[in-house]
Structure formats: structure tokens, C-alpha cells
Design a protein around this ligand. Structure first.
Ligand SMILES: [Zn+2]
Length: 427
């Protein structure tokens, strides 16, 4: 028996997610969802390096991507809200630290090897389509001249089945589109897209059901969530949608495959980490900024901004020239790797100036051997993320030099001793 699932206005009462624009969601449930670690288990994959015949872009650039939700004066749901003042302070800090806010499409063009970007960049995104993004965030973004991306779930637009009074309208989205704002996809109903998870559906006749879809019924539902919502955005706004923010950041290989086959060029999670040239495009991490976790923003900025003065000239050195361990793009089987780089290719180094930063740890007490030119650090605290970025900076003849690279950590890696590389998948 095939059931056709129609999207009907009866979603109104179905408040499952933090993103439904209704007032009946309790703060505690919002926080619980917002703070849940994405359970999706995607095998960490070191992306196959894009084939570039001539190096036209700066492959050492790094980008941090921020994800915001609502801007409100009085915080009620700290998991998804931030005050306009705190938001503006963060936008100002990016400027002060010399981090360039670039359009999402520039990031993708860079990944394709078509366009170069500044060494340190940020991309700002807003999820779910709240009217405060139009009324409050947009004017602030204009003030700083920053581009940004809106991730919209189509049933959450005002007047649709999940779009309450705080939701953005299609007219507001059209206004943003006309002024260069990038509008991208975030599903139809903002639910967990993995097969077998309990979701809400509305059946013909108005009956709403909590159910677990499997097999053909699940696939049919997914088509509307991933493809239908994309087509609706494209047709309603006359745009091309090539980015997909996965609701709650919950995905698996099948979800990724459907999104890829639907013409999405990049998929986004809420798994914040600096994006490098080799970061896989199907699981790009974003830092979700919450009112009660200001450290998330600070840590993200620190990951790529090593000069507090902002704009100080830093020479970038490609990690491949420095014989790093683990190598850039390599995946290791231990969460306690030995991190090493040989800096002798840089030239004379001021030994006291060598600094190593590791994502998730910050500055680490690395040791530098001037004789061999090697800086090394044995990680003593398990790395929890599936990818790890290392930034090494030093002074050479009075000039600041920096290199960074990213390696992967095999899912479920235990505290082993070796750093045996696993073969990189062929694409
Ligand atoms: Zn969302």
C-alpha cells in the first residue's frame, strides 16, 4: 500500500523541532535538541584533492562558517537566539581581526579552484527563516557590507504549514534576493532526514501522524524534503539553489547521496570547524552561535585569526612543503596523534616564536628543535572531532609565517599509539 503524504497546514501543532516557528516549544526541549551532538555517523573521509592543473587559488586559505537563528532583545531560548548587540559585536570582531566575510558562492568557487579568497575568511549563515533575520540582522549586515546566506525550510515560510507569526515571508525573501542575499535549502519540514527516525506527517484528510517511515514511503517523503523543497525555492524565487543545510546537522550516507543527486553542490552541518581547501563538500561544518555559549564564537575566530591586530601581513606556507605528520588530508586511527612539522623550508626561525594551535585544544605546549627545524606535539587529550586542524606560526626574519593543515581521525578511534594512515578513498 502506498500512502501519499501531502504537506498540509496541520503541521501547525506538530512542534518537534527547535526550528518550528511556534511559541509552544519549551525552552528546555529546545536546548536539549540544540545541544544534542549530531548522531549521524559519516565515515570521516579525507577528500580527494581537487585536480587543479595550475594553482590559481590560495589553497592555504581557511574559512569559518557561522550559523545564526533568531535575533531578539530578550533571550528566551538561548540555544537559538542572540541579542542584536551581541551579534553586532561579533560582526565587528570579524572586521577588527581582519577576517573577511565572503559570500558562500565565493567559498564554493574557491573549492572548485575558480576563484581565490583572502587567507582568513568567514561565511555568515542564518537558518530557518525568521523575520528578525530580515528586520534586524539584515540592516546590521548591510552596515558592515557583509554578504550572507539564508537557509530556508519551505514549510516554515510565513503562511506555509509551519510558518507562524515570527516567520519570514516570501516577499521579504524576494527583497533579499533582489539585493544579493544568497538563499539556500534547509528541507521542507525541518525534521530528521535519516530513515527510521520518528517524524510527523500529515495525511490527506488532515490526519497527522507520528511515524517511522521506511522503504519506498521514506524515499517518497525524502524526495519532497530534499528535492521538492529545492524546486519550490527555485521556482518561487527564480534562483538556483546549490547548498543544503541538513536539519539539526543529522545526516548519513544515504541522505548525502540523495542531496548530491538532487544537484546540491555542498551540504552543511552544525559541526563547527575551519574549512580548508580539502574539506569534503558534503559535510561542511558550521559554528552554531548560541546566546549562552559565547566561547563558540571566540574559539572559532581564534582557530584562524592568529594576529589580534588584524590585517598584519602573514606569509602563508603550504603544509605540503613542511612534511607534516599526520599529512594534510590523511586520516589517522588514533585520537591521540603525534603532530609534527618540519619548518626548515621556511628558513631561519626565531625559536621562541614557534606556536602550534590544534582545533579543540587551542595553543598546545609544542616543542621546537632548532637543529632539525622540527616542531612536535604529542596529543595527550583525546581529540573528539572527526577532523583536526593544526596551525603553526613562527617568526622568520621579523616576519610572521604561518602554515595550517587538516587531518582526519577515524570514527571510534581509541587511544592507540600509532598513526597508521588508512588509504585515501579513490574518487
Ligand atoms: Zn534549522
Amino acid at each position: 500500500m502506498t500512502i501519499r503524504f501531502a504537506i498540509l497546514p496541520l503541521f501547525l501543532a506538530l512542534n518537534l523541532s527547535m526550528c518550528k516557528k511556534q511559541q509552544s516549544v519549551s525552552p528546555s526541549s529546545q536546548q536539549a535538541i540544540a545541544s544534542a551532538t549530531p548522531a549521524a555517523v559519516a565515515t570521516p573521509v579525507a577528500a580527494a584533492s581537487p585536480k587543479i592543473t595550475k594553482p590559481v587559488v590560495d589553497q592555504t586559505a581557511q574559512i569559518i562558517i557561522f550559523c545564526y537563528h533568531r535575533l531578539v532583545d530578550k533571550i528566551r531560548y538561548p540555544g537559538t537566539e542572540i541579542t542584536p548587540a551581541a551579534f553586532e559585536a561579533q560582526m565587528k570582531e570579524l572586521k577588527d581581526r581582519g577576517i573577511t566575510v565572503i559570500p558562500m558562492q565565493d567559498l564554493l568557487a574557491w573549492k572548485r579552484g575558480e576563484k581565490t579568497i583572502p587567507p582568513r575568511c568567514a561565511v555568515v549563515t542564518f537558518d530557518d527563516g525568521w523575520k528578525s533575520q530580515y528586520e534586524v540582522a539584515w540592516p546590521l549586515m548591510k552596515k558592515y557590507g557583509y554578504p550572507f546566506t539564508m537557509f530556508i525550510y519551505t514549510e516554515g515560510v510565513r503562511g506555509a504549514s509551519l510558518g507562524g507569526g515570527e516567520a519570514i515571508t516570501w516577499e521579504q525573501l524576494a527583497d533579499m534576493r533582489d539585493n544579493g542575499v544568497d538563499i539556500e535549502g534547509h528541507s521542507a519540514t525541518h525534521q530528521d532526514l535519516r530513515e527510521g527516525h520518528t517524524i510527523m506527517i500529515a495525511n490527506p484528510g488532515g490526519k497527522k501522524t507520528r511515524t517511522k517511515l521506511t522503504g519506498p514511503q521514506y524515499e517518497e517523503w525524502m524526495q519532497n524534503e530534499v528535492v521538492g523543497s529545492k524546486q519550490l525555492l527555485e521556482q518561487r524565487l527564480g534562483i538556483k539553489v546549490n547548498c543544503f543545510a541538513v536539519p539539526f546537522g543529522n545526516y548519513n550516507e544515504h541522505v548525502k547521496e540523495i542531496a548530491r543527486n538532487s544537484g546540491y553542490e555542498a551540504m552543511f552541518t552544525v559541526y563547527g570547524q575551519p574549512i580548508t581547501f580539502t574539506s569534503p563538500l558534503d559535510s561542511i561544518g558550521r559554528y552554531a552561535i548560541e546566546a549562552n555559549k559565547p566561547k563558540v564564537f571566540e574559539d572559532a575566530v581564534k582557530m584562524i585569526a592568529t594576529s589580534s591586530g588584524g590585517g598584519a601581513a602573514v606569509a602563508e606556507v603550504g603544509a605540503k612543503d613542511l612534511t607534516t605528520q599526520p599529512a594534510d588530508g590523511e586520516t589517522v586511527r588514533t585520537a591521540l596523534p603525534l603532530i609534527k612539522a618540519n619548518l626548515s623550508a621556511i628558513g631561519a626561525i626565531d625559536p621562541g616564536s614557534v606556536q602550534m594551535r590544534v582545533s579543540g585544544l587551542g595553543v598546545v605546549p609544542a616543542s621546537y628543535d632548532p637543529k632539525s627545524g622540527t616542531v612536535s606535539y604529542q596529543v595527550t587529550q583525546k581529540l573528539h572531532e572527526k577532523s583536526c586542524s593544526v596551525i603553526i606560526s613562527a617568526k622568520s626574519q621579523g616576519k610572521k609565517v604561518e602554515t595550517h593543515w587538516t587531518f582526519g581521525i577515524e570514527e571510534g578511534a581509541t587511544a592507540g599509539t600509532g598513526t597508521t594512515p588508512i588509504p585515501r578513498p579513490k574518487k
